[in-house]
Design a protein around this ligand. Structure first.
Ligand code: ZN
Length: 894
C-alpha cells in the first residue's frame, strides 16, 4: 500500500536536511561536463566570511538557485561557484572588538603578524557558519569548488592583476584629496561614502585684506577649514570685488597671507558671492587649487584633531576647534552672522562617522581606460542588463568615473605587492617578493604597509575562482560565466568593476547577463533596521514555516530591479501551499492505489481530463516564455494558480467521481492525476526544492510499484533535481475549444455558488436547478454529476434540457453565455421561515414609523431646533424605504 508512505501533513523539519545531504553526497550539485555543450555558470556574490545570514542573502540564494536548478533540469552542464569574501574592514573590526572586549588589547599592542594570525583563527572558527546557512536555503552550489578571496589561488590572481595594471601604468601612487575615515584611520573609496541631508550652520565672516580696511565677506559650513585656506576666489564679472583681484588677504587669527584670485567656478548667487579656497579639505577647492597652482595646507591629523598648521588650535578636536576659532574671530570683530543651513554630510558606510576630505598619499587605479570598454560591452549588447533601465545608470556612472583609491590602512587583506627602497626612494612592484630594489639593487627595501580595498579582489571573482591566471580546464570550459545575479545596490561596487577587470584581463565580458534584484523591505515598505526593530531573520522564518515557504515568497514577490515588501502572512500562506501540494499528493496516491487494475481497452479521456491536460500544456508554454524573459515571479504565480485554482479545486473534485466509476475510467483518471502532479512538481522544483523532491520521490515509487501505471515520457529519473524540465509543445487546433467549453461549465458553477452565498444558502444544503443547455446539452449531461457536486446541487433535482418552453416560476435566472440556469427559490430557502422572519422585521419597523409620525405631527416640529427636526424626518424616510423593500421581498415569496 503506497499511500501509507505519505504522512498526514508535510513535515519540512524531517525532510530538508535529509534531502540536502542526499543531493550533495550524490554529486547532483556538480556539473555534468559535456564539452560539446555550452555550460550555464553563475559565480555567487561572495558573502562576508564572518557575516550573519540576512534576507539579502536569502534573496540572492533563492533567485540564483532557481536559475541553477532550472538550467540543470534542462540538461545543460550547470555550475554554481560558491565562496566567501574576506571583507577587509568588517572582519578586522570584528576581531579588534573581540580583542578589546576579551583581552583588553588593541591590534597595535598585538602587532601585525600576530593580529593576522588571530584573524585567520577567527575565520576558521566562524567562517563556516555562513556557508552552512546558505546550504540551509537549499543552495545547490558545487561546494568542491568553494573559494575564499584570501586563499592561495585568489591571492595569486590579485597579485597578478595588480602587477599587470601597474606595468601598464594603470595603477599609480599619488597624493590626492581622498575620503578619510578618522575612526577607522583609513582611506575609503567614493563609493563607501554616503551623503545624508542634515541641518548645519552657514557661518558668514569678513576676510580682511592686508594693508587695507576693506574686507571680503565669505561663508562656510566648516569654519575650522579656514585655517587651511590658501586663497579667496571671486567671480570675474562681480563688480563688487573686481578692484580687489590680485590683492592679499590674511587668514583670520593665523594672519597668513593668501591671494584673491578670480575663477568663474564661483557662484555669484551663493552666500556672499566670494569663496574661500581650501584645497586640503574640499574636493572642488582641490580642483581650483590645482588649476591656480595653489599650495595645499592640511590642518588635520589622521584622527581628525588639528595639526601644527592650525597654529594655536593644534591638538584640538575638529569640532572643538570650530567653536574656539569662531569665538576668537567674534572677539576680533570678523564674524558677520550665522544661519541654519541644510547640507549634504558625507558619512562612512560602515560606522557612519563624518568623512573628512583629506590630502593623502594613496594607491589609485586609473579608471577611464578601463571604463570605456565596459561601456562598449553593454552598448554593443555583449552584456545585457535586466532590467534594462539600469543600463542608463551604468553608463552615467562609468562616463563620469573618478580614479579608484585602492589602498586601505588596514592589516586584514591582500598586502600591496610594492616595496619602497630606503636608499633610492624608488618603488619595486613584483609578482614574487623581491630581495633587492629593482632600481639600485639595495637590499634596504620595505613592503608597503597598506592592503587592497576588498572590492579589488571581488572584481576578479568570476575568473579568479576558476583558476585564473592559470589556464585551467575550468577556466577554459566555464568562462565566461553566464549570469551575474545580484542586488542593484552593488552595481558599481562590484558588477561594473568585474566587467572592467574581466575585459582587461581576459578580453571577454565576465558574464553575458546581469540580473539585478531589489532590496527586501518590511511589509510597510520600510528598510529593515535594528533601530526600527523590523528586521526579519531568515533563519527564524525557515524554522517556523520551512525553507520552501520563504523561498517561494521571495521569488514570487519580487520583480527585476524593484524592491519587495515582505510580510510574514505571505510566508505563512505559502507554507499552506506546500501543504496543499502534499494533500493533493495524498489524493493522487490513493487514486493510484484504487486503480491498480490494467485497462481492458484504451479508454477515452473525459471532458475534464482533456481540459486539465490542455491547461497544463498552456501553463508549460507560459512558464517557458516567462522564464525566457526573466519573469520568474509571474511564472511562479501562474504555476501556483494552476495547481491550486484549477488542478486541486476543480479537476481533483471531478476526478473523485471518475474514480468511483471504477474500471478503465478510474485507471485513466489516476494516470491523469499522476501526470499533472508530476509535471507540476517539475515546474515548481526550482522554487520549492524540498517539498517537490520529497513528494516526487514518493509518487515515483508509487507509480513504479504497478505495472500499468503512469510513467513520464522520458522515464523516471533518479531524482527530481536532475529530472527533465517540461518542454513546451506546439499548440494544437482543438486546444482553445477544449478550454472554452470547460470554462463555460466553470463559469456556470461559479455563478450558482455566488448566488447561493448572496442569498445566504447554507453550504450543506443541496438545491434544485433547471438548466437549458442549447448546443451544450451533451456537454452538460456528461458532467451532470460533477456539476451537482461542484455547485452543491441535488443530483436528483438537477434537470438539464436542450431548451425550456417557459421560465420556471418563482426562480432566479442565471445566464452564462448560451446557457440558462434557473434556481427555484423554494429549494434554496425555507419559504415559511423566511416569510415569518421578514414579517416580524416589518412589524418592528412599522412601530417605529408610527412613533415618528406621531412625534413630527405634534408640537415637537414647532419647538425643537430645525436641525433636530430634520434629523428625525430623515430617519422616518429611511424607515419607510426599508418597509417598502421588505414588503416587496414578502410579495416575491408568496
Ligand atoms: Zn633603490
Amino acid at each position: 500500500m503506497t499511500s501509507k508512505k505519505l504522512s498526514k501533513a508535510y513535515d519540512f523539519k524531517s525532510v530538508e536536511k535529509r534531502l540536502y545531504d542526499w543531493w550533495e553526497s550524490s554529486g547532483y550539485f556538480k556539473p555534468r561536463i559535456d564539452l560539446n555543450r555550452k555550460p550555464y555558470v553563475i559565480s555567487i556574490p561572495p558573502p562576508n566570511v564572518t557575516g550573519e545570514l540576512h534576507l539579502g542573502h536569502a534573496m540572492f540564494v533563492a533567485m540564483e538557485d532557481l536559475m541553477i536548478r532550472h538550467s540543470r533540469m534542462k540538461g545543460v552542464p550547470t555550475l554554481w561557484v560558491p565562496g566567501t569574501d574576506h571583507a577587509g574592514i568588517a572582519t578586522q573590526l570584528q576581531v579588534e572588538k573581540h580583542l578589546q572586549e576579551v583581552e583588553g588589547i588593541t591590534r597595535e599592542q598585538l602587532g601585525r603578524e600576530a593580529f593576522i594570525e588571530r584573524t585567520w583563527a577567527w575565520k576558521r572558527k566562524y567562517g563556516g557558519i555562513i556557508t552552512q546557512q546558505l546550504r540551509r536555503l537549499g543552495a545547490s552550489c558545487d561546494w568542491e569548488r568553494e573559494r575564499f578571496t584570501l586563499d592561495e589561488g585568489l591571492s595569486r590572481a590579485v597579485r597578478e592583476a595588480f602587477v599587470r595594471l601597474y606595468e601598464k601604468g594603470l595603477i599609480y601612487r599619488g597624493t590626492y584629496l581622498i575620503n578619510w575615515s578618522p575612526g577607522l584611520r583609513t582611506a575609503v573609496s567614493d563609493l563607501e561614502v554616503e551623503y545624508f541631508e542634515e541641518q548645519g550652520t552657514l557661518y558668514y565672516f569678513h576676510y580682511p585684506l592686508a594693508d587695507s580696511d576693506e574686507s571680503i565677506p565669505v561663508a562656510t559650513t566648516r569654519p575650522e577649514t579656514i585655517l587651511g585656506d590658501t586663497a579667496v576666489a571671486v567671480h570675474p564679472e562681480d563688480r563688487r570685488y573686481r578692484h580687489l583681484i590680485g590683492k592679499t588677504c590674511l587668514v583670520p587669527i593665523l594672519n597668513r597671507p593668501i591671494p584673491v584670485i578670480v575663477d568663474s567656478y564661483v557662484d555669484l548667487e551663493f552666500g556672499t558671492g566670494a569663496l574661500k579656497i581650501t584645497p586640503g579639505h574640499d574636493p572642488n577647492d582641490y580642483e581650483i587649487g590645482q588649476q591656480h597652482g595653489l599650495p595645499v595646507v592640511n590642518v588635520l591629523n589622521p584622527d581628525a584633531t588639528m595639526n601644527a598648521n592650525a597654529g594655536p588650535y593644534e591638538g584640538l578636536d575638529r569640532y572643538l576647534c570650530r567653536e574656539r576659532l569662531w569665538a576668537d574671530m567674534q572677539a576680533e570683530g570678523l564674524t558677520i552672522k550665522t544661519e541654519p543651513y541644510t547640507m549634504q554630510v558625507p558619512r562612512t558606510q560602515r560606522g557612519g562617522e563624518v568623512v573628512e576630505p583629506m590630502v593623502s598619499t594613496q594607491w589609485f587605479v586609473r579608471m577611464e581606460p578601463l571604463a570605456e570598454p565596459a561601456i562598449e560591452a553593454v552598448r554593443q549588447g555583449r552584456i545585457r542588463i535586466v532590467p534594462e533601465r539600469f543600463a542608463k545608470v551604468y553608463y552615467n556612472w562609468l562616463e563620469n568615473i573618478r580614479d579608484w583609491c585602492i589602498s586601505r590602512q588596514l592589516w586584514w587583506g591582500h598586502r600591496i605587492p610594492a616595496w619602497h627602497c630606503l636608499d633610492c626612494g624608488e618603488i619595486t612592484v613584483a609578482r614574487e617578493d623581491p630581495a633587492n630594489c629593482a632600481h639600485c639593487g639595495s637590499m634596504r627595501i620595505e613592503q608597503d604597509p597598506d592592503v587592497l580595498d576588498t572590492w579589488f579582489s571581488s572584481g576578479l571573482w568570476p575568473f579568479s575562482t576558476l583558476g585564473w591566471p592559470e589556464d585551467t580546464d575550468d577556466l577554459r570550459y566555464f568562462y565566461p560565466t553566464t549570469m551575474m545575479e545580484t542586488g542593484y545596490d552593488i552595481l558599481f561596487f562590484w558588477v561594473a568593476r568585474m566587467v572592467m577587470m574581466g575585459l582587461e584581463f581576459t578580453d571577454q565580458p565576465p558574464f553575458h547577463t546581469i540580473y539585478l534584484h531589489g532590496l527586501v523591505r518590511d511589509e510597510h515598505g520600510r528598510k529593515m533596521s535594528k533601530t526600527l526593530g523590523n528586521v526579519i531573520d531568515p533563519l527564524d522564518v525557515m524554522e517556523e514555516f520551512g525553507t520552501d515557504a520563504l523561498r517561494f515568497t521571495l521569488l514570487t514577490g519580487s520583480t527585476p530591479g524593484n524592491d519587495m515588501n515582505l510580510s510574514i502572512q505571505r510566508v505563512e500562506a505559502n507554507r499552506n501551499f506546500a501543504n496543499k501540494l502534499w494533500n493533493a499528493g495524498r489524493l493522487v496516491l490513493m487514486a493510484l492505489d484504487k486503480a491498480r487494475i490494467e485497462p481492458k481497452d484504451s479508454p477515452e479521456p473525459t471532458v475534464a481530463d482533456r481540459w486539465i491536460m490542455t491547461r497544463l500544456k498552456e501553463l508549460i508554454r507560459a512558464v517557458d516564455r516567462l522564464f525566457n524573459n526573466y519573469q520568474y515571479s509571474e511564472a511562479g504565480r501562474q504555476i501556483y494558480e494552476f495547481f491550486w485554482g484549477e488542478f486541486a479545486d476543480w479537476y481533483l473534485e471531478i476526478a473523485k467521481l471518475q474514480l468511483d466509476e471504477g474500471g478503465d475510467r478510474a485507471w485513466l483518471t489516476a494516470r491523469t492525476m499522476a501526470s499533472v502532479l508530476d509535471t507540476c512538481l517539475r515546474l515548481l522544483h526550482p522554487y520549492t526544492p524540498y517539498v517537490t523532491e520529497e513528494l516526487w520521490g514518493i509518487l515515483k515509487d508509487a507509480c513504479q510499484d504497478q505495472p500499468a501505471s503512469y510513467e513520464p515520457e522520458v522515464g523516471w529519473e533518479e531524482a527530481l533535481i536532475v529530472a527533465t524540465w517540461p518542454e513546451p509543445s506546439a499548440k494544437s487546433q482543438e486546444e482553445d475549444q477544449i478550454v472554452e467549453r470547460f470554462s463555460l461549465i466553470m463559469d456556470m458553477v461559479r455563478a450558482i455558488r455566488n448566488l447561493r452565498s448572496e442569498r445566504g444558502v447554507e453550504p450543506a444544503r443541496r438545491i434544485e436547478a433547471i438548466i437549458s443547455g442549447g448546443e451544450f446539452t451533451d456537454l452538460l449531461n456528461s458532467l451532470h454529476q460533477a456539476i451537482a457536486v461542484l455547485a452543491r446541487l441535488d443530483p436528483e433535482r438537477l434537470q438539464i434540457h436542450p431548451s425550456l418552453e417557459k421560465a420556471p416560476p418563482e426562480s432566479v435566472p442565471l445566464v452564462v453565455g448560451p446557457i440558462e440556469a434557473y434556481l427555484p427559490l423554494a429549494g434554496m430557502v425555507d419559504l415559511a421561515a423566511e416569510r415569518a422572519r421578514l414579517s416580524k422585521e416589518l412589524d418592528e419597523i412599522n412601530v417605529q414609523i408610527k412613533r415618528l409620525e406621531g412625534l413630527l405631527a405634534g408640537p415637537f416640529s414647532e419647538r425643537a431646533p430645525k436641525d433636530v427636526v430634520q434629523k428625525e424626518e430623515k430617519k422616518l424616510a429611511s424607515l419607510q424605504e426599508s418597509a417598502n423593500k421588505i414588503t416587496g421581498q414578502l410579495r416575491s415569496l408568496e
